[in-house]
Every structure is written in structure tokens, then in C-alpha cells.
Design a protein. Structure first.
Length: 293
């Protein structure tokens, strides 16, 4: 009789991959429900679409081992959340093999070293990346501007001691940019290219060694709702166009070296919070503030 090998079903193959990952991570107690008798789509850490694993969420599982390459054997994986763990070492380039990834959260870990110069080898479908609250250093690479679908770029609270690129301004779909609490950045001006981000709603660059003036072409940030440039060394006048952004609701410009008066007319009638403290502003408080309900 010929010898036949019965191939694994897709579900069996996925279960085997996930159980191998569990074993490589030292069988965390939180994954005790993972076993050979239950389908992966019933496990709480797993998101499935049409019985196919598309998401993994391991937030705050105290994982100390490295990210196994087999995680990208899950070919339909679109969401990977590894935040609030104890991962360490360099940026996990093995994730370049997760070709359908759209959401990647590596925040609140112990990653270190530079962001790779070929970081654009991540999935071209990537929409969300959070590497905040790690120990990444060096430059933020120009290649980050070559992830065309990116909506959320979170680089806050690291040890970047180089520069950040004007190419971020090429991310035409970007909605949320967070580079705050990177005080080791080489002193740099805000690139005028950032003024091209017409879909940007949230811009947070507190304490990032910014110098020079706020670009006048911030008038192009037509969707901007939240602006925080506090605790920097920005100087010169507040651009007249800034308080003409129709969607702006929060403006934190405190603890800089801004000069001149508060520009008018104020047409940002959705403003709910303005903090201009600890600058060198002069003149009078505009009567237009009375319009802000």
C-alpha cells in the first residue's frame, strides 16, 4: 500500500503555529487557555475574520523572550499589539515578513538602537505604528516617509539623538503624529513640509528640542484639532494663520521663546484650550477671545 501523509487543515496549521509561539515565550500563564482541543478563534488574544486569524493582542503579558519569526507564518495577520511587555533588543526586522500588517504596536517595551534605514520594508499597507516609550536612538529615518498608507505615527518618549526627516511631510494620509519627549534630538526647525499634512488632526512635539519659527504654512493643516509644541525653544511670532484653522480646539505653545502679539483675527472658534504661558509675548489680549464659547 502506498504511504499517504494527511496534510494539516488550515486551522490545525494555525493552531500549531500559535502553540509554538506560546512555547517559545515560556508558556505565559495568561495563555493557559491555548490548547490542542480548542479552535484558535475562541482564544481571547486572537481576532479572526471568517475563521482566519487576522489579529494578535498581547498587551501587558510580561513577555521577555524575543518575537519569533513564525509569527509571520500567519499570512493574513493585519493587527499585532505587543505593547507593555519586556521585549528588548533591536527593532524586530523579522516583522518585514508580515506582508499584510496594518497595525503594529511595539510601545512600552525595552527596544533599543536605531530604527532601520529600510523600515519601509514593513508592509506597504501599514496604517498604524507605535514605537513610543522605548529606548530607540539615532535618527528617525527618511524611509518612514515611504509608508504611503500610514495614518498614525507614534515615536514619543525615546532616546533619539539624531534628526527627524522632512519626508514625514510626504505621508499624505497621516492623521496623528507624536514625537514628544525626545529631548536628545539634535536642535532642529519644524520642516515646512509638515504643512502639507492636510489630514493631520493631532500633532504632539513637546520637549523635542525644536528651534526657529513655527512655519507659516501651517495654514495648510486644515484638519488640525490638537497642537502641542510646548517646552521647546521656538522663537519669533505666532503665525497669523494658526488661529485661523477652523478645526483647532487645543493649542499648547507654552514654555517657548515666542515674541510679538497674539495674532488676529481669531477664526478658530472651536478652541477650548489655549496655553501661551512662559513666552515673551507682548501687546494686548485680543477682543476676539470673547468669541470663544
Amino acid at each position: 500500500m502506498p504511504f499517504f501523509v494527511i496534510p494539516q487543515s488550515p486551522t490545525d496549521h494555525t493552531r500549531t503555529t500559535l502553540l509554538t509561539i506560546k512555547q517559545q515565550w515560556g508558556n505565559p500563564s495568561q495563555l493557559s487557555s491555548w490548547n490542542t482541543s480548542s479552535p484558535p478563534c475562541s482564544w481571547s488574544e486572537i481576532t479572526c475574520t471568517s475563521d482566519t486569524v487576522t489579529g494578535l493582542n498581547f498587551t501587558n503579558y510580561n513577555i521577555t523572550e524575543s518575537i519569533p519569526p513564525s509569527i509571520c507564518d500567519l499570512k493574513n495577520l493585519t493587527m499585532l499589539d505587543l505593547s507593555y511587555n519586556c521585549f528588548s533588543g533591536y527593532f524586530p526586522t523579522i516583522l518585514y515578513n508580515c506582508s499584510n500588517l496594518r497595525y503594529l504596536d511595539l510601545s512600552q517595551n525595552y527596544f533599543m538602537g536605531p530604527i532601520p534605514s529600510n523600515v519601509d520594508r514593513l508592509s506597504s499597507s501599514l496604517r498604524y505604528i507605535d514605537v513610543g516609550a522605548n529606548s530607540f536612538s539615532g535618527d528617525i529615518r527618511r524611509a518612514i516617509g515611504r509608508l504611503p498608507e500610514l495614518r498614525f505615527l507614534k515615536l514619543y518618549a525615546n532616546e533619539f539623538n539624531g534628526s527627524f526627516p522632512a519626508e514625514i511631510g510626504n505621508l499624505s494620509n497621516l492623521e496623528d503624529l507624536r514625537m514628544a519627549y525626545n529631548p536628545l534630538f539634535t536642535p532642529a526647525k519644524i520642516p515646512p513640509e509638515f504643512g502639507k499634512l492636510k489630514k493631520l488632526t493631532f500633532l504632539w512635539i513637546t520637549k523635542a528640542n525644536l528651534i526657529g519659527e513655527i512655519p507659516g504654512n501651517f495654514s495648510g493643516l486644515s484638519s488640525l484639532e490638537w497642537l502641542d509644541l510646548s517646552f521647546n525653544d521656538l522663537e519669533g511670532p505666532i503665525p497669523k494663520a494658526l488661529f485661523q484653522l477652523k478645526n483647532l480646539s487645543v493649542a499648547y505653545l507654552y514654555s517657548n521663546r515666542l515674541t510679538g502679539g497674539i495674532p488676529t483675527p481669531i477664526q478658530s472658534l472651536n478652541l477650548t484650550l489655549i496655553d501661551l504661558a512662559n513666552n515673551n509675548l507682548s501687546g494686548s489680549i485680543p477682543e476676539d477671545f470673547g468669541k470663544l464659547q
